[in-house]
Design a protein around this ligand. Structure first.
Ligand SMILES: Cc1cc2nc3c(=O)[nH]c(=O)nc-3n(C[C@H](O)[C@H](O)[C@H](O)COP(=O)(O)OP(=O)(O)OC[C@H]3O[C@@H](n4cnc5c(N)ncnc54)[C@H](O)[C@@H]3O)c2cc1C
Length: 432
């Protein structure tokens, strides 16, 4: 019987090292490195690579990868415990070589890349010599890929890509884009599209604008609206099978979603710590905020939300390690994905509220966290879609009631119990 909520002491020592390293060395970088993905930023070039080297020396580089790809192959539970520390800082994941979307893109390349594609793209990506972009969503819709219209046309030795993509994160910093395009419009809906490796300097890639999130200034925008205008790439740049873009995309999404959730635990814990500190520091009407019952309610509810979410994330991570089959944990991942934005939003919003006017200002991180909670509810599929998936999977495992009334119908159950124990009851009554 193995049922254990403790971390083994050796790994706990690593977590303690990571915690101190992130707190002391990486979190300050969030104020001086605006784009950790901008490999050409001279400040970033000075500050991040030496820290990456220390992570490598500690053998904590790219912990999401197995030894075949240069990682330690720790598995998802250990990764979860690490990511909930790394999630506190936007510079931390890249310092540890496990940042989205590069981690997911590397997964696709490892699974489907040819030897040549791996040599050109995967190796430098894993070493963070380059960064990448996943370019799937289109302006007319992201949640329903059946409406995508970007095409890749077969033209001799080349594919020619035409169309528009929306919210292609980090395209402005990427050396290559993984782009989804229609190649076979006459196939069944989920077999019409293929995936391509598109070098970012290919003529015809026109970034119309880089869109910032609601709390960011214009120069911080990194979600690209792209026009692929007759973008010609060699035939061998198809990634995975022709018509197989959906299957290829799924390879990155299972891991991607749970990794976002692990990092979200780090963000909500940060908001919660600030919430507690404020409630224990600020007074109103002659007493601490923490003495007010409604503030206590916010604190208690936040703790319950965070701890139950964290357990769901860890249990899902454990199942991934145990079964090594993302299909088998689809239900759990959808549950985590659907729970994540709500917990993130609610805890950040309560922390904001407890900080009053300061909380709503840009002098505290809460407004950004609230917007980021919506990011978590959209990227890799909207919450509604995941709830639907979860419900459908649960229903598919459910047997309909055999008769007119539900199996929990009390009069029926009572009749059955009486039929089973009636003689005994009568005997007892007769003796009484
Ligand atoms: C910060 C951020 C980064 C992103 N990065 C990338 C990236 O790098 N590459 C990329 O390709 N995409 C990226 N995306 C896009 C993301 O994948 C899409 O936002 C997502 O798929 C939803 O698509 P949409 O925005 O077009 O919304 P829509 O498809 O228009 O959906 C809008 C809303 O409609 C509702 N809805 C949609 N479908 C259903 C349904 N089946 N049932 C019930 N309700 C539904 C939901 O409330 C949903 O939020 C990013 C998004 C964000 C916010």
């Amino acid at each position: 019987m193995a049922w254990d909520f403790e971390t083994d002491p050796d790994f706990q020592a690593e977590l303690d090292w990571i915690d101190t390293f992130v707190r002391e060395e990486i979190e300050p970088l969030d104020f001086v490195v605006p784009h950790p993905y901008d490999l050409h930023d001279p400040v970033r070039r000075r500050l991040i690579p030496p820290l990456q080297q220390r992570v490598r020396e500690r053998k904590l580089w790219a912990c999401h990868l197995g030894p075949d790809l240069g990682g330690p192959g720790y598995g998802q539970v250990k990764l979860a415990l690490m990511n909930e520390i790394l999630g506190r800082s936007h510079c931390a994941p890249i310092t540890f070589g496990c940042q989205a979307p590069d981690s997911g893109n590397a997964e696709i390349l490892a699974h489907y890349g040819t030897d040549e594609q791996k040599a050109t793209y995967l190796r430098p990506l894993l070493d963070n010599e380059i960064v990448s972009c996943f370019s799937m969503t289109e302006p007319q819709g992201g949640a329903d890929p059946k409406v995508f219209t970007t095409t890749a046309t077969d033209d001799g030795d080349e594919w020619v890509i035409d169309g528009y993509k929306w919210f292609s994160s980090n395209a402005r910093f990427a050396s290559f884009l993984i782009t989804m395009a229609v190649t076979d419009p006459d196939n069944p809906p989920y077999q019409q599209m293929s995936m391509f490796l598109v070098p970012a300097d290919t003529p015809g890639i026109d970034i119309i604008r880089n869109i910032p999130l609601g709390y960011q200034s214009a120069e911080h925008g990194s979600h690209a609206y792209i026009h692929y205008d007759h973008v010609r790439i060699p035939k061998q740049n198809m990634l995975g099978p022709r018509g197989g873009a959906f299957v290829v995309a799924q390879t990155r999404l299972g891991g991607g979603r749970i990794h976002h959730a692990m990092r979200t635990v780090g963000q909500v814990r940060k908001a919660f710590a600030l919430m507690l500190e404020r409630a224990a520091s600020r007074t109103t009407q002659g007493e601490l905020l923490g003495r007010k019952q409604m503030v206590q309610d916010m604190i208690a509810q936040s703790y319950i939300d965070i701890e139950s979410f964290r357990l769901l994330v860890l249990q899902t991570a454990w199942k991934i390690d145990r079964y090594k089959d993302y299909k088998r944990v689809r239900k759990d991942i959808s549950a985590v994905k659907a729970a994540m934005p709500r917990v993130f939003h609610d805890v950040a919003a309560r922390a904001l509220q407890i900080h009053g006017s300061l909380g709503v200002s840009n002098e505290m991180p809460f407004a950004a966290m609230v917007i980021e909670s919506f990011h978590m509810g959209l990227a890799d599929g909207p919450t509604e879609v995941h709830k639907s998936t979860l419900a459908r999977l649960l229903l598919s495992e459910t047997t309909p009631a055999p008769g007119l009334f539900p199996t929990g119908h009390l009069p029926t159950l009572r009749d059955e119990a009486i039929a089973r124990y009636g003689e005994l009851l009568e005997a007892e009554l007769a003796e009484a």
